[in-house]
Design a protein around this ligand. Structure first.
Ligand code: 5GP
Ligand code: MN
Length: 320
């Protein structure tokens, strides 16, 4: 599919439900808000419904205050737009509100996307779902205003690791330039999103770094965030977001892994990062997860030590 085909699909409907994945980050939040703004400019109704709350650091983005966790009784949508989600499991609790015969418009940039919609626009070459929504603005010839530019910039900036990762293209930069011309202030965006950590979160980073280990060949680095570390430092789970960049930053490391104890059960959220040699989307897929070739994740049930063993074994296999 293409932006033009999605445009044709959108034209057929008037009332949209918009959602994205659990624990939304910049791309999920920014692409949803920009999409809602676009639909409204086209004279359509849009309601944003997410499984989990918008992180505090993204709440400055206008429109995020509208993202609801509950479905209103009287909202009878005609189509659902799902952004930045490779499969329906990723939208979590929102599945309860998706009617069996619902028309789903799937807009995503994950290679692992399983084309679960009636309309599937999947672009693994795109930096972000935000970049795809930007293309929709262009397809509809709708002028981008500052609030929309901020949402799109947040989506693109966060998913490219501030324009550092291999998904950053010249097009990404051209879009960013256009958004800056509209009025987006790059340092203000960066500061609001990445320079609002609490001392508790930084203390947690310190604790987590103490757990870092390296394989003998120096190619895999991994660390933990355990429940008791969260308790001790009083940090938030949100505050664990940037930790994975530290093991990756070690010279010679090809795969970085972060193991996070999340809920109350024996459940571990595993994040993978690669410098490009290893496809960590495939590694995550071994554990029913997914993502991108250089950034992926999964949730594995079990004690953190068991999960660590299982995951490391697979990671070593992929390297050999
Ligand atoms: P993170 O490690 O930052 O949570 O996620 C990195 C990338 O992996 C994101 O693009 C995200 O969509 C994907 N990802 C993370 N966890 C999961 C998961 O449990 N399932 C799938 N399919 N993708 C995931
Ligand atoms: Mn994304």
């Amino acid at each position: 599919m293409s932006a033009r085909r999605v445009k044709a699909a959108i034209k057929k409907f008037n009332k949209f439900l918009i959602t994205s994945h659990i624990n939304p980050e910049g791309d999920a939040v920014g692409s949803q808000v920009a999409m809602a703004f676009l639909l409204r400019k086209l004279g359509k109704e849009a309601f944003m419904l997410d499984d989990s709350p918008v992180p505090g650091s993204l709440q400055f983005i206008k429109g995020t205050e509208e993202i609801s966790k509950e479905m209103p009784h009287d909202f009878d949508y005609q189509a659902v737009i799902i952004l930045d989600s490779p499969d329906l499991a990723r939208i979590g609790r929102i599945n309860e509100y998706i009617k069996k015969d619902a028309v789903i418009i799937n807009i995503d940039h994950h290679v692992s996307n399983i084309n679960f919609g009636k309309f599937n626009w999947v672009e693994p070459e795109f930096s972000s779902a935000g970049e795809m929504v930007y293309d929709l603005f262009k397809a509809f010839k709708v002028k981008i205003t500052l609030d929309e530019a901020i949402a799109l910039y947040a989506a693109i900036m966060t998913d490219t690791g501030s324009f550092r990762y291999s998904n950053t293209s010249s097009k990404t930069h051209r879009i960013a330039a256009e958004l800056i011309d509209i009025g987006v202030e790059p340092y203000d965006m960066h500061s609001r999103i990445y320079e609002t950590s609490s001392i508790q979160d930084i203390n947690l980073l310190g604790e987590s770094l103490q757990t870092m280990k390296l394989t003998e060949d120096g190619k895999i680095a991994w660390l933990w965030v355990k429940k008791e570390m969260l308790k001790k430092t009083k940090a938030s789970l949100e505050g664990t977001e940037g930790i994975i960049s530290f093991p990756r930053s070690i010279g010679g490391v090809e795969i970085a892994i972060l193991f996070r104890e999340t809920g109350t059960e024996d459940r571990v959220k595993v994040s993978f990062r690669s410098k490009g040699k290893v496809d960590v989307n495939k590694l995550a897929a071994e554990f029913k997860g997914g993502g991108h070739p250089t950034a992926s994740g999964c949730t594995v049930f079990g004690k953190i030590e068991e999960v660590e063993n299982k995951v490391l074994e697979k990671a070593k296999e992929m390297l050999s």
